[in-house]
Design a binder for this molecule. Sequence first.
Ligand SMILES: *Cc1c(COP(=O)(O)O)cnc(C)c1O
Length: 362
Amino acid sequence: MKRVYNFSAGPAMLPEEVLKQAQEEFLDWHGIGMSIMELGHRGPEFKNIADQSEADLRELMDIPKNYHVLFLPGGATAHFAMVPLNLFGQKKTADYIDTGIWSKKAIAEAARYGQVGLAAEIKKVNGLMAIPPQSDWKLNPDAAYVHYTPNETIEGIEFNWIPKTGHVPLIADMSSMILSRPIDVSQYGIIYAGAQKNIGQAGITVAIIREDLIQDPLPLTPTLYHYKIQAENKSFYNTPPTYSWYIAGLMLAWMKRHGGVAYFSELNKRKAKKLYAVIDAHKDFYVNTVHPDCRSQMNVPFDLPTPELNEKFLNWAIKEGMTNLKGHRLAGGVRASIYNAMPEAGVDKLVAFMKEFIRTNG
Ligand SMILES: *Cc1c(COP(=O)(O)O)cnc(C)c1O
């Protein structure tokens, strides 16, 4: 059997420990004589899995009691619509911070249901992409909410601070950074995240919703998109994606066994530091155009001097057992996604390869 270091941005690498456990339990889960996939979602066995995964996520993120934790289908993209549909209420506008491609998608979706205020936009300062400080934002105190993307997966831009929005609820698409570092959940109205980056496999999305934001949505909202109905039914309004939920549960238990968010936060810091160090040591060869203050710890993009060298780098890397380093189709270049499941040894191998590549091609 051959396992590669998979630097994909998502669906991303999963820990071998989790895959092996899923394999062991595949045909006969805990002696019931069938797989999780064949198990009814309303029985006590699946309810246990659901309850345990919620308890583990609550513990890992220290989620206060006045928040609902939902496991929903539809990906983060579903929440691009669910957030405006559920939160506009009587308000006329919602504020959005545009830091990249995922922000723009959220904005385009929200604009279908109400008026979007663009409160701040990413800027180039001295050739580097930089998040404007909050003192430059134009926040509307009457907005229904403020939405932002703490980590832009495609461009590799991450906030290292939490916006302060006062009485206006702060909504965050944490798809590519949830559980990668400690987060004060109480600062947020809603946090949502697709699972396929840091929580497990595709098909399920976590939503953490402050109780008072569970309200009546706009009238035409599809039933499945009501946060209220989903919360009342504890994510069991219809058949949930049971296998994806189960894998998320295994991942959360794996995180807990290995020391929780505190452990992974330190590990992620080290991994990112090693990668940026080799980029900074060869600035003219490995070019990253994100301001050091907002470099992502999860997605590290860089460009080689020519498209030919990019291509050569990616092909060599595959031969060395490092796959999916190709940048997003809209961004090009190279991108190393180094979520919680990427071992430090994978990053060490990539760093050694980058040094070797520049020695022979620089
Ligand atoms: C991957 C990603 C999405 C899209 O998630 P889906 O589950 O495919 O809908 C949205 N936002 C961010 C920040 C992402 O990284």
